[in-house]
Every structure is written in C-alpha cells, then in structure tokens.
Ligand binder design. Structure first.
Ligand code: NAP
Length: 264
C-alpha cells in the first residue's frame, strides 16, 4: 500500500542550482522541509547566505557553494565541494538559467548565444554528467531539469533561450534513457509564467505604475488570470526527488496554469 513517507527526503543530499532566489529557492526550501540536506549554488554569495540562513532556521543542514555554472571548469568544483561536506549526492536540480537580453533573430549575436547556451544547456549537460557519475557509484539518484514552456512554444525575441529550453527537454530524455539501468531517474519540469526576478525583468525598465498596468494586462490573457508563484513548482520537484517517483523517468511536468492550452 502506498505510504506518504515515500515523499520524504529525509537523509537525502540535494544540489539545487540557482538556489538563491526564485524557483530554485522555493525548491530548496521545499527540500529542506522534506528533510533533505541541501547544497545551493549560484553566483552571488550574499543571496546564497540569506537563503541558507532561512533554511538553517527550519533545521536544514545547508551548504553554500558560489559558482558560475556557465563556466565548465566550475562544475566539478561544485560537485567535489558537496561530496566533501555531505559524502554523497542523491538529487540534482538543474534550475539555474538566464535570458539576459531580448533580441530578434536578426540581431542576436554570438556573445548572447554563448552566454545563454553555456549556462542553460552546456551547464545542465555537464552538471548532470558529473553528478550522474557519482550517482552511478552510489546505486541511483534523481535529476530534475527546469526547462520552460518556451521549450515547446518559442517566444519572440528570446529565440536562444527558447532553443536552449527545447534542448533541456532533450537532455532529460537522453540522460533518462541511458541512465535508467543505473537507477537514475531524470525528469523535466516546464514552468509557465512564475513571479520571479527573471519574470519581472520584463517590466523592470518601466515606471512602477506602467509596469503594474502591463502586468495586469498580461494576466487578463492567461487562462488562470494570474502569474504562478515559485512555491507552486516546489511540490512537483519534491515528488520527482522522492521515492514516490521511482518509475517516473524521461517525463515532463508542465506547470503553467494552462498557458500552453490557451495558445490554441
Ligand atoms: N520565472 C519564470 O516565469 C520561468 C518560466 C519558465 C522557466 N523558468 C526557468 O526557471 C529557472 C529559474 O528561473 P527564475 O525565474 O527563478 O530566475 P531568477 O529569479 O532569475 O533566478 C535565477 C537563479 O539562477 C542563478 N544564476 C543565474 N545565472 C547563473 C550562473 N551563470 N551561474 C550560476 N547561477 C546562476 C541566480 O543567481 P545569481 O544571479 O546570483 O547567479 C538565481 O539564483 C530558470 O531555468 C528559468 O529559465 C522560469
């Protein structure tokens, strides 16, 4: 009979990339509440420390690892640092992602392409590889990749981001197939619009009143008439990190308030 304890992450060690704010922070808090030891990584140490302090407050054993995950050479250092502190890695959430500028396909230059692809795609691939090598030795693990609905339906003026997120969906499928026999489950969460710094950057250049107006106008066009909250992604991540999902691999969970359906 199914037991709710299958959702527990007690005794598990997790890495959440981009864990200092937004969706990654909500997942890190969720993992902490589910009993995991959590390593959070991103570039700005102050943001990491602030998040870690909240997590310590709820009894979590937390490790802060500042790193630029768009730099290949930083990846193994993160993995080694986590192993040094916790001795194992059971869960990896590849959440760190960015789309630093909007540009048409006619204007996009190589620098923008490399910045986005190095983090969103290359970083996810090689982080997964480095952690999966550890998981294989341990006898299993869970990898969760945060893609986007833009990986289904490309968004105008963020072509490289959209392409990278389509690629993340395929990273999941390729790793899931090859690693199924190693008892490593690899899955994707595809968020729709979620209220974070990344989302709010759409309106950051506008005066506050105009930003509020444009945001409200956008919400009117959403099936749920609202933007989602980071916490609304955490539950799916806990499921995919837990034993409850042991037969779920190569799958995608779209959490978008029916945004994609609303496009048809
Ligand atoms: N918000 C949405 O509507 C939405 C929708 C679909 C998908 N997503 C995806 O969800 C994930 C999280 O997005 P979010 O909205 O929570 O974004 P966010 O608020 O901008 O947070 C991004 C996180 O990633 C870290 N990060 C950024 N660049 C990094 C780098 N080069 N190396 C290491 N860490 C880096 C950031 O910290 P530092 O800046 O300190 O490095 C931060 O912790 C992303 O993959 C995004 O594509 C978001």
């Amino acid at each position: 009979m199914f037991d709710l304890s299958q959702f527990s992450l007690k005794g598990k060690v997790a890495i959440v990339t981009g864990g200092s704010r937004g969706i990654g922070q909500a997942i890190a808090y969720g993992f902490a509440k589910a009993g995991a030891k959590v390593a959070i990584t991103s570039r700005k140490v102050q943001d990491l420390e602030a998040t870690a302090s909240e997590m310590t407050g709820i009894g979590c054993d937390v490790l802060v690892v500042p790193a630029h995950l768009g730099k290949f050479e930083e990846i193994q250092r993160v993995v080694d640092t986590v192993l040094e502190k916790f001795g194992r890695i059971d869960i990896l959430v590849n959440n760190a992602g960015a789309s630093p500028a909007m540009a048409s396909v006619l204007e996009t230059d190589e620098r923008l392409w490399d910045t986005i692809m190095n983090l969103n795609l290359k970083g996810v691939y090689f982080m997964s590889q480095a952690v999966a090598r550890v998981m294989k030795k341990q006898g299993g693990g869970k990898i969760i990749n945060i893609a986007s609905i833009d990986g289904f339906n490309p968004e105008p003026f963020v072509s490289v981001y959209s392409i990278s997120k389509a690629g993340v969906r395929h990273i999941t499928r390729t790793f899931a197939m090859e690693l199924a026999r190693e008892n490593i489950q690899v899955n994707t969460i595809c968020p729709g619009p979620i209220s974070t710094k990344m989302m709010n950057s759409h309106w950051a250049h506008l005066p506050p009143d105009e930003a509020k107006k444009q945001k409200e106008e956008m919400c009117q066009h959403l099936p749920t008439c609202r933007i989602g909250e980071p916490d609304e992604i955490a539950g799916a991540a806990i499921y995919l990190a837990s034993e409850a999902s042991n037969y779920t691999t190569g799958a995608e969970i779209v959490i978008d308030g029916a945004f994609l359906l609303g496009l048809h």
